[in-house]
Structure formats: C-alpha cells, structure tokens
Design a binder for this molecule. Sequence first.
Ligand code: SF4
Ligand code: SF4
Length: 270
Amino acid sequence: MADDQPETISLYQQMDQESLSLDSRFTFLCQADLPCFNQCCRTPTVILSPYDLLRLKQGLGITSGQLLERYTRQEIEPNSNLPLVFIDAYRSPKGGCPFLGEHGCTVYPHRPAACRLFPLTMGSRVTPDGVVDYYFRRRLDYCQGFAAGVEWTVASWIADQGFAEYDQGRREWLEILLKAGLTERLVVDAHIQDLFATLAYDLDKFRRLVFDPVFLEAYDLEAEALEDLKTDDLALLKFSYRFLTTVLSPEGARLLTAVIRRSTKFFEID
Ligand code: SF4
Ligand code: SF4
C-alpha cells in the first residue's frame, strides 16, 4: 500500500465531512405527503454492489445481464480504476430512477443498500486491522425529512432499514475495491476491467462460465460445491469474490482469460 493513503475512502463524493458513530442521533421521517416526496429518486447517485444486483435481479425475476442492460450504467472508480455499476437515472427523457413509480419505489423490498441507508451514507478506510466504516449525513436542500420526525441513532436506522444484510453481502467486494485503490503496482487495463465487471456484476454469465467444461477442467471444484453453485445465487456470488482477487493478479488474469477464450458458454446470450 502507498504511504500517502487517503484518510477515508468513499465510493460517494457528496457528504458532509463530520462523521457519525453508531450512537449518533438524528431526526428523520420520510412520508408520502411531503412536498419533496420522490424528489430524491429523480437524480439519485446509487452505486450497486454485486449483492444489490443479485437481490434486484431476483426481485424482478430477470437475469443479471438483463438487469445491467436495462437499468444500469458503469463508471470507472478513480482510485482503483475498476468498474462500478450505478442505477442509470438519465436513460429516459423524463430522467429519474427507472424503478421510481407514481407511488414511490417499485422495488422497495429489494432496494439497494444506498437507498436503505439514505439519508446517511457510508465511507470506509482500510487500516492494519481491517476496514473501518464511517457514517455521514447527506443533506439535500430539498429534503424535508429532517425537519421533524422520529429520533434515530445510526444503529437503529440501519436495523430498521434492513441495511446490515446488504452490507454483509457486499463486504468482500468493497474490501477488494478499497485495497485495489491503495495498491500502486496494480495495473488495471480495459481487459481487467471487463473481467472484473463480468465476475462482480453479471452473475448469470459467471454461472455459465463456471459450468463450462473448460472452466471445470482448469479449476478443481468439489462436486458438492458445484451443486450449490448451480442453484444458490449467494453461494455463486461468494465464489465470484474469490475470482475478483484472482483477476487482479497477472497469473490469475492470464489463466482466466485463457479459460474464457476456450469457453463457449461464456459467450452465450441471455
Ligand atoms: S423526505 Fe427526503 S428522503 Fe423522503 S422523499 Fe423527501 S427528499 Fe426523499
Ligand atoms: S431504487 Fe427505489 S429508493 Fe432507490 S433511487 Fe430508485 S426508486 Fe428511489
């Protein structure tokens, strides 16, 4: 890691600088009768973790390829040079999150971690003891939810919004991204970016690759583990995290690239 590590690394740029602890208090109440209702979903900056994508594709009953194609865009994260996936809020002429309906969020039970945490956001720092998280309050001028309402602590808000499960599901990916951003010798070219994007974000394509005979020949997988990977999206996601680290090493990327070149299933269309 470089000596001049940034103090805190966040995947989000807009946040107040004062960090909150899990015990910090704030008042907030979002209600459908507020004049700002849905306004926050018209220009959202929502990064989708692999776990967010998994839950959304399951909730919508579509493949990960269809989800990525219809609702998202990608950007390169400047510290790591690795791709991030965002909800594409600018695709339609009307603008706004594509999941926003007349009466609010149409994917509410499967909404991503960032939407669950809002009006808070999270930054993380890599320390010798692991990743340490910081919470921040996002203050949007038009948001009237802070004006009055229920008193929360950061911890009680997280519990109420079901954020912990989503945070847990993305942890390994987050750590890989943060550490990649601090590793000077890491060379991430367009090919590595493509590999990373497929492994991290396109779970169904990754599944096709895993069950290609070329892959099975190159990587020695136990029959029992394979059975899980066939049907269990979460098990497959965790397995893909192992390969994210692999593609960031020159040898690992070379082997996986050679496997993909010989794979026919990888190139099948959803
Ligand atoms: S109160 Fe804030 S979070 Fe709720 S709808 Fe209004 S802008 Fe969005
Ligand atoms: S997913 Fe739902 S909560 Fe999140 S920005 Fe879109 S409409 Fe709003």
